[in-house]
Design a binder for this molecule. Sequence first.
Ligand SMILES: C[S@@+](CC[C@H](N)C(=O)[O-])C[C@H]1O[C@@H](n2cnc3c(N)ncnc32)[C@H](O)[C@@H]1O
Length: 512
Amino acid sequence: MAKYTMEKYLTDIDKKGLKKTWRSILSNTLNNKFESDIFIPDNYGELYEIGLEHINKINKKEMGKYYTPKDVALLMSRWLEPLEGINVCDVGCGAGNLILAYLELIGNKKAYTLINNGNVYLYDMDEIALEICKYTIAIKYGKELLKKINAKHCDFLSKKIKLPKDSKTISNPPYYKIMNIGEDWKVTKVVQDSKELYSCFIEKIITQSNRSVIITPYSFIGSGKFYSLRQVMNKYNGFVVSFDNVPGNIFNGRKHGIFNSNKGNSVRAAITVVENKNDIKGFRFSPLIRFKTEEREKMMDNRYLESLINDRYQLVDSKKKSFYKCHKELLNVLDKWEAVSDKRMGNLIDSSKGEKIVIPTTCRYFTVGSKKDLNRDGKRTIFVKDRNIYNYVYCMLNSSLAYWYWRLYDGGINCQLTIINSIPVFYNKLTEEQKEDLNKIAEEMKNNESKYLTYKMNAGKKQENIKFPSEYRNKINEIFLKALGINENASIFNRVHSSSLFVESEEYDDEY
Ligand SMILES: C[S@@+](CC[C@H](N)C(=O)[O-])C[C@H]1O[C@@H](n2cnc3c(N)ncnc32)[C@H](O)[C@@H]1O
């Protein structure tokens, strides 16, 4: 038997099309009539993507961008395993990264019984990917099982599709904006408000499945258009672990990557684990986890990640519409900060009158407020009328508090004005001495701004920013902590700025 090669694969696609090519690869493999070094089940997902690219169905740059890497699939499977549910579903299964990791985790014997009892359910709109998934399971666990796998070629959001009773679900849904609402969808508030496919998948999964583990973009945690999804989440319980995408990135973890690798920036992801324990409502949250690529292996540990999550089950309501991603060591600081504050930053600033403060919009490792009009593209200008309050606002923006607040409630690419406006402020609670100390620091910083200018090229343009020595920030933090009645050293905030997960005071690089 001649070995099947990549050349043959591509010629077959040209001659017979992708569907027929895969049908024959799969059935020949299942019937032991196939020999190849690279066309083995572990590589099917990537080989299928190469096939799609060959027929120009997907853009090379986009290839496999959000397919679940093996280590993440295993992490999710480990969370799914102890959850209750007789039927196991993979929604948007694609070529099967998630369900295959789960079956491997539970071991041959349990996997065989699960499939043989008709308890595995797969859903995907892509007929070929679904077929690959189904056949891979049969190739691995026994060809007699092929008919026992419930593979549903469908639009998962169609009303006709219902998850089976007593099920648990693993999923990496598609991340697209909804252009047209499907005619046979249940048009919920989540569909109408978010117009994002992934949040509609989350809603349907959590309302129809007993328990679930779902990886998606993290934007549903804080962003306004997902408030209705968060309201739905109020009825369930579990935890959410969210990951930053710089320096390390969850979706850049291809293990084999023999055919291509995936280096582009990708979404900030969150893994939601719906546990539905008795008598609890709400979700617990990890901080926005930032890790270095070399820390990935150590981080991908379920117990370790769970140890980062604070104990508070969060619910949303009209007064508190967003979830926040807080380090457990800082929860007390956040509570005191909220309790002591009597106003929001928006009450202290003006959009046109007073003295200006310039704020660069991108803030990877810290926020900046400057008197100097920075020579850069992304910036906001705010105004403050009163000199003392000006210095307080200036100090807030250059402290850890403003940056941390942004990380708590957003942490994406840009610091939105709505976030700045909602920062809790406590000027009225400062002693005269604290106000004077802040005045002195602010005056010194303002005089020295031009000493600490830094530049970064972005889109062919030099972007100006200020990188103050961290001593300034620490001094301001100390005053603020004291004013909040917190007996901690400013180093408590190091973890918020660090570019490393395991080294708290790791200096960030110059990328911001
Ligand atoms: C992000 S991929 C995940 C694939 C795989 N589960 C993984 O984790 O690597 C999303 C999958 O959802 C499928 N999909 C997209 N829209 C869908 C829909 N409306 N109904 C069912 N599946 C859909 C895509 O074909 C794709 O396989």
